[in-house]
Structures are given as C-alpha cells and as structure tokens.
Design a protein around this ligand. Structure first.
Ligand code: FMN
Length: 227
C-alpha cells in the first residue's frame, strides 16, 4: 500500500489494522529496493575501536519510537564490534536553537551553556563517527535534530572531516519519501567534509510494530557490526 503526501497524516490516527496493511512489509516489497539504502564501507575503522556519538531526536519513548529502535539495533552492532558509543537524546535534553549572534565566531563557546554545549559538543569534538537519527517530519529531519545541526556552527571547522551516518524512519513508502532529507544529508556531508559510512532510509515504518517487522533493523545492526 503506497501512501501519498497527504495520507501519512490521515492514517496516523487510524487503528492497528491500517497500520498493519500500511506497514514495512509493503514498503520492503514496493519501495524498499529503490528507496531504502544501507551501506557500510568495510574497514571503516581500520580495526581500531572508534568513538561514536549517536544523536536520537524522536520525542517518542524508547519503547514506542521507530527511529530509536533502529538506533538501538545499530548500537548493538557497533558494540559487538568493540566501538564506544555516546548517545545524546536531543528531544529530552535542554537545547536551544542557534540565535545567529556569532558570539562563538564559528569556533568558540555558544551563549547557551546548555546540554549541547556541556554534554554533546565535547563528545562530538573527540568522536570519530557522528550518527544522526531522526523521524521524517514534513520530509525533513525533526526540529529536535535540526537544532543540534545548526549548533554545529559554533565548532564548524573542528567538526570537519569526521565520519558520518544517518538513519531515518517515515510513514510513507513512496519512492520519493526520503529524497529531500537524503539530499540535505548529502549536502551536509559535502559541506562538512565528512565521510559518509552508512544510510538507512526506513520508509513504511510509521509505528514500532512496522519497523520491527521490517528489514531496516537488521540493516542498522549490520552497518554497526561492520564498522
Ligand atoms: C510532525 C510529524 C511530521 C511527520 N511527517 C512525515 C512525513 O513528512 N512523511 C512521512 O512519511 N511520515 C511523517 N511522519 C510520520 C513519522 O515520520 C513516522 O511515524 C516515524 O516512524 C516516527 O518515528 P519515531 O517513532 O522515531 O518518532 C510525521 C510525524 C509527525 C509527528
């Protein structure tokens, strides 16, 4: 069952039967081949334990969230390969959007001494790999994640050259569902001189049951374990 742009909102309120019929099984068969994408470059870590920072950005709970499910599968994989992971919860930590005041001068302290500055930024600066995790919100990343990305501004150059990865979940399963976010992510990779090491575009995954039935959890685990 392919949904169009308007359907994702209408169907969100419907019951389990609709969710089942619209779920990841359909996405994997219909749009999955084209739109879903998972890749990991072998020996990304060259056999060394990497420092990984993973940013979750769904307001849903650990038990309900589809994107947090993918994040956990990735973490399980990465830990099995011996990597060290720091997880930041962008939806529940105290964060503030960039004010554009330029107090930081693109390499200095932000005027906000919030969790981004005190907890996340120090970990990001020393990380080898940054993993962005988001539900698809109006065909882009969540506002919770965008706040973090904009705050990269305070250390833009020092965040250059890292490895990066993205995982996103969406209700729709049309082949264009993730196009805008994919373009945005790849533009970020280019601007930040990052090395992209994996992308999981989990279309047709509007609920926890849908994502758990899908192929995307295994993709996330495999990317993590192959790092
Ligand atoms: C504010 C909002 C906007 C959304 N926008 C889209 C969208 O543009 N396309 C889509 O397919 N699904 C959209 N969805 C559905 C979510 O992406 C989907 O349910 C996702 O699995 C939620 O992930 P989470 O449980 O990790 O938060 C939207 C949901 C919300 C609440």
């Amino acid at each position: 069952m392919i949904m169009n742009r308007r359907d994702f909102i209408k169907v969100v309120g419907l019951g389990a039967v609709t969710l089942y019929l619209s779920g990841c099984g359909a996405a994997a068969v219909d749009g999955g081949k084209k739109e879903s994408e998972a890749s990991a470059q072998s020996s990304v870590s060259e056999g060394k334990a990497m420092k990984i920072v993973l940013i979750n950005s769904s307001p849903h709970s650990e038990a309900q969230s589809t994107s947090r499910y993918l994040a956990q599968r990735f973490v399980d994989g990465a830990k099995s390969a011996g990597h060290e992971i720091f997880i930041f919860d962008a939806a529940h930590e105290e964060t503030h959007p960039c004010q554009g005041c330029d107090h930081c001068g693109m390499d200095g302290d932000c005027v906000f001494n919030d969790a981004i500055q005190t907890k996340l930024m120090p970990k990001m600066l020393e990380a080898d790999l940054l993993v962005l995790v988001t539900p698809l919100y109006y065909y882009g990343m969540s506002a919770q994640l965008k706040i973090i990305v904009d705050r990269f501004y305070s250390r833009t150059t020092r965040l250059n050259g890292k490895k990066s990865m993205i995982m996103a979940t969406a209700w729709n399963s049309a082949d264009w569902t993730m196009e805008a976010l994919k373009t945005h992510y790849e533009t970020l990779v280019r601007y930040m001189s990052w090395q992209d090491v994996g992308q999981v575009w989990a279309i047709g995954c509007g609920t926890r049951a849908m994502v758990e039935r899908s192929e995307f959890g295994d993709m996330a685990f495999k990317i993590g374990s192959a790092l």
